[in-house]
Ligand binder design. Structure first.
Ligand code: PFF
Length: 445
């Protein structure tokens, strides 16, 4: 077997679900979902998102876990081990995508750090609601401070990764993910009871299909890939750390469920406050960062809850960024035989350079546009809507055709699923997922 990872298995099934859900559930659900729903018509974005998650998303989660556990390596090694030599190239493309994602994800991670610092010093709650937008805008367009935050976020990510999967990621995820849910519920209750807040709920659940466009369907599919960390080898890598006694279909179902639930809760947390503040739901990537301080300013002991919330959000971001960095480092270790520490340093430097380009796109380089988007938005769009779906397409085809026997064994290893369940999985991987991905990309682009 080429390039096997040294196995540090997940301590428990719950730990695995939480850590993979930790990769899935992160800034995507909390930062990205509300503004994507806001810019894509609210309710009509949610429907295709849920549809893609329970069809393509579930099938691919399962395929990636199966591929990883059978191949016991990173994306390249696992595909080579399971499907034969040239196929690992698709894993390599996935690693490249992961690298791109982490470069812009760290910017948003840096925004979380800044919010946490503001919460800790009390600065976040002193700003008048109407000035929150310009306060945040001034921070992101000042390249230096947002870049420093990015470097710090990457540094923390690297430290957690260096401590190892079971000591670092699993322990954090187990405690703080549930805490995040509880805090989100508190914020939802406050947001919905604000004057005008109910309008936000209506916006999320008012299905006017005239707002549905192919672009919003493509965006919804891209968001499914982004939010489940699919199509770039992340879940293949997590699968490689998975014990034989873990039931893959059942775990995939849980992860998809947790991802949808978090996105919906985040929508319910943000949209009422957006309407109560008189903000535009169309405001784009800064939406959450402008809205959250406002909701806390409306809550008794808001400063305390704001610190707690920001720490949880930071951990949600870290459990995702850690999974991204882990894949890059594992690739360098397995395929280029680098030491873990040198691989980490190399990744850090590369990401710091690429991250700088995206960070500047909010400030001095805001005029530089690719396909009408600033560099940050372009990278996000390109990774989510093109690279990840294409990566998913290749995994589906490989797991469904070339490696179906191995996929079948992995799916049924703990518990024998019925013939019809297995046929459905096979059909989804062979036809349904590839077809949906191709049609949506082709028409959307
Ligand atoms: N799924 C993560 C989130 O929603 O925040 C982001 C992410 C992690 C995307 C890992 C892609 C990935 F490979």
């Amino acid at each position: 077997m080429s390039g096997s990872t040294k196995q540090t298995n997940f301590g428990s099934r719950l730990g695995f679900i939480l850590a993979s859900a930790g990769s899935a559930v992160g800034l995507g659900a909390i930062w990205k979902f509300p503004y994507m729903a806001g810019t894509n018509g609210g309710a009509v974005f949610m429907l295709p998102y849920i549809f893609f998650t329970v069809t393509v998303g579930m099938a691919l989660l399962l395929a990636e876990f199966a591929m990883g556990r059978a191949g016991r390596s990173g994306p390249v090694g696992s595909l080579n081990n399971v499907c034969g030599k040239p196929w690992g190239i698709f894993g390599g493309i996935g690693v490249f995508t992961v690298f791109l994602i982490l470069s812009f994800y760290s910017i948003v991670g840096g925004w979380c750090l800044k919010d946490t610092a503001d919460a800790a010093t009390g600065a976040g709650l002193k700003i008048a609601p109407e000035q929150l937008g310009s306060y945040f805008g001034a921070f992101v367009s000042d390249g230096v401070s947002s870049y420093l935050m990015l470097l710090l976020f990457l540094f923390i990510t690297a430290i957690v990764v260096l401590r190892g999967i079971d000591k670092g990621v699993e322990r954090f995820a187990k405690v703080l993910m549930p805490a995040l849910f509880v805090l989100m519920i508190v914020l939802i209750i406050r947001g919905v009871t604000l004057p005008g807040g109910w309008e936000g709920v209506k916006f999320l659940f008012d299905f006017s299909f005239d707002k549905l466009t192919w672009m919003s369907v493509l965006n919804a599919m891209g968001f499914t890939f982004f939010s489940l960390s699919l199509g770039c080898g992340i879940m293949v890598t997590y699968g490689a750390y998975l014990k034989d006694s873990t039931d893959i279909p059942n775990s995939s179902l849980w992860i998809a469920y947790l991802a949808i639930q978090t996105a919906l809760l985040a929508g319910l947390m943000i949209m009422p406050a957006v309407f109560a503040m008189g903000q535009d739901p169309n405001a784009g990537p800064g939406l959450v960062f402008v809205t959250i301080p406002f909701i806390f300013s409306q809550i008794p002991f808001g400063w305390f809850f704001m610190i707690l919330f920001n720490v949880c959000l930071l951990v949600a971001a870290l459990t995702s960024s850690v999974s991204l960095l882990e894949v890059c480092i594992a690739y360098l270790q397995n395929e280029w035989h680098m030491k873990r520490i040198s691989a980490s340093i190399l990744c850090y430097v590369g990401l710091a350079l690429l991250g700088c380009v995206s960070a500047l796109s909010f400030g001095v380089w805001s005029e530089v546009k690719i396909f009408d988007r600033i560099i940050f938005d372009f990278l996000d769009w390109f990774c989510s809507n093109i690279m990840m779906p294409l990566g998913g397409l290749s995994i589906a085809l490989l797991a469904g055709w070339k490696a179906w026997n191995s996929t079948y064994v992995q799916v049924n290893v703990v518990r024998k699923y019925s013939a019809s369940a297995n046929s459905f999985i096979k059909f989804s991987l062979r036809f349904l997922a590839p077809l949906l991905v191709l049609v949506v990309i082709a028409t959307g682009v």
